[in-house]
Write a protein that binds this ligand. Structure first.
Ligand code: NAP
Length: 490
């Protein structure tokens, strides 16, 4: 290790990305520290504690390959079960001793003469600290900065105002008049339990979601026991889920006509569960399935047909201390207002003050936006790597597969840098440019661009900067074979 460095690697974030990176570093015997703004490991699953929070990817695939878990209770896990799984990995691998929780990274600067990164952070008590490392890995995730909509008067609301990702531990909606803004993946999950609890629930919908049946099944004790005793059987189960999910990529990427099969399923689901033609019509999406994240729920439509639940499709004009005023002039009086309004994915990386070589910042990429190679490496940012960077999200299967491919790629680069006795590794700028061009070209015919909707998958210029427009297998292959000639080792 460079004698001027405190540690080989600084990892920012302790969600699945940071944890997967830390496990690989630990296994390789490399020194590292983890900096985490929150007060616990878990990322998304620590933050999103709203009633009903769960994962739409089957648990046996939504697990790290180095940490298969025979004990998953259902096909799809609840947020609590996933957070328990995460914490069990943290303890098993002794990651806690490497982490500083409550550490808000304020800036990170590359020092050209030494090839090292200085990472500055603030502790919760206000103390400023810094650490110097050979490499910087950003495992900060894309979906953690809440999108708070610009609605006139929102902050004058006199009742309780909650974003789904900041659910207060002791919040109770029992017997209250509750409003939910949004009908995306988080809303579809939070609405059924809120409908049970609230005196009246008002759902403000701008765009309906495609909702498919979930069929969540409990794993019997016998199955759990077999998975425990026969890891290869559990692995086969994982592979079968993966194959089924992978097949969907073809429809999203290049054959949207195949999405008609899913649309027919979703419409049948809607028809089975919602009998009122007007409500059914209001809940019917007018864009292609997959353009926005399709959701799985057996409880959403039954909640929407309840007498104590109203669907409001008139646009929101303003919020007053008493509730929400819609375009038709109605004041919907509320005691609590839930913002299920999603996240700001672009803000996630740009909010960090990162300074690379030649004093470059992410803002210097200007209108063409951040250039990356495989969503991992950024030109002019030597020895810095991103996990779940641009164009590596997925709408159809487990993002953990992408994270693991990225971790392996980074580990390969660190080993190669060492083998060559180089102090820096940096992606060739022309390769990042070519990669971004390819992302743009390949996104052109995808459902995300052609499906007739707006979503967080697209940036302000209408470019897909979120989703990987291919199969996971292709991404894994490119991460594996991403030849070292793509990089400059100095
Ligand atoms: P989202 O998909 O971005 O949905 C936000 C919702 O808020 C949309 O319905 C949006 O309407 C609405 N909205 C935003 N601003 C509004 C405004 N000013 N007025 C009215 N409505 C407004 O966010 P999310 O539901 O939190 O999900 C984000 C992502 O997290 C998902 O795509 C998924 O990747 C992940 N997630 C996954 C799961 C799961 O596994 N089941 C669960 C939760 C989240 P428009 O559609 O009209 O913009």
């Amino acid at each position: 290790m460079n004698a001027l460095a405190d540690v080989e690697v600084v990892i920012v974030g302790t969600g699945f990305s940071g944890i997967a990176m830390a496990m690989a570093l630990k296994e390789a015997g490399r020194s590292f520290v983890m900096l985490e703004k929150g007060n616990e490991f878990g990322g998304t699953w620590r933050d999103n504690r709203y009633p009903g929070v769960a994962c739409d990817v089957p648990s046996h695939l939504y697990s790290l390959k180095r940490e298969p878990n025979p004990y998953w209770s259902h096909t799809y896990s609840t947020g609590d079960e996933i957070q328990d799984y995460i914490l069990s990995i943290v303890e098993k691998h002794g990651l806690r001793e490497h982490a500083t929780l409550g550490a808000w990274v304020t800036a990170a600067t590359f020092d050209e003469p030494t090839g090292l990164w200085r990472v500055n952070y603030l502790l919760t008590d206000g103390r400023a600290q810094s650490v110097v490392a050979e490499s910087l890995v950003l495992g900060i995730g894309g979906l953690h900065m809440p999108h708070i909509p610009h609605i006139e008067g929102l902050h004058t609301f006199a009742g309780e105002l909650i974003h789904t990702s900041a659910w207060p531990k002791d919040a109770s909606m029992h017997g209250r008049r509750v409003g939910v803004i949004g009908t995306g993946a988080s809303a579809v999950q939070v609405i059924p339990p809120l409908a049970e609890d609230a005196e009246h629930l008002t759902v403000f919908q701008r765009t309906p979601s495609w909702v498919l049946p979930r069929h969540n099944e409990e794993y019997s004790d016998r199955t759990v026991d077999r998975f425990r005793r026969m890891p290869r059987l559990m692995d086969l189960h994982r592979k079968r889920i993966r194959l089924t999910n992978d097949a969907r990529a073809i429809a999203f990427d290049s054959h949207p006509e195949l999405l008609k099969i899913g649309e027919r399923q979703a419409l049948a689901h809607l028809h089975n569960q919602v009998k009122d033609p007007a409500l059914r019509e209001a809940l019917t999406p007018k864009y292609t399935l997959g353009c926005k994240r399709a959701v799985l729920s057996d409880f959403y439509y039954p909640a929407m047909v309840r007498d104590d639940v109203s669907l409001v499709t008139d646009g929101i004009e303003a919020v007053t201390p008493d509730g929400v005023v819609t375009a038709d002039g109605t004041l919907h009086e509320l005691d609590a207002l839930i913002l299920a309004t999603g996240f700001d994915p672009a803000g996630s990386f740009t909010q960090l003050q990162l300074t690379g070589s030649d004093a470059r910042t992410f803002a210097d990429f200007g209108r063409k936006g951040l250039q990356t190679y495989l969503g991992i490496s950024v030109p002019s940012f030597p020895n810095m790597f991103m996990l779940m960077g641009p164009n590596t999200g997925l709408g159809h299967t487990s993002v953990l597969l992408m994270i693991e491919a990225q971790v392996d790629h980074i580990m390969g680069l660190l080993a190669e840098r060492e083998r060559r006795e180089a102090s820096t590794v940096e992606i060739r700028p022309e390769l990042a440019e070519a990669f971004m061009r390819q992302m743009d070209e390949r996104s052109e015919h995808t459902v995300w661009k052609r499906g007739g909707c707006n979503s967080w998958y697209l940036d302000r210029a209408g470019r897909n900067r979120s989703i990987w427009p291919g199969s996971v297998s292709e991404y894994e292959k490119r991460c594996r074979s991403g030849s070292y000639v793509d990089y400059l080792f100095i």
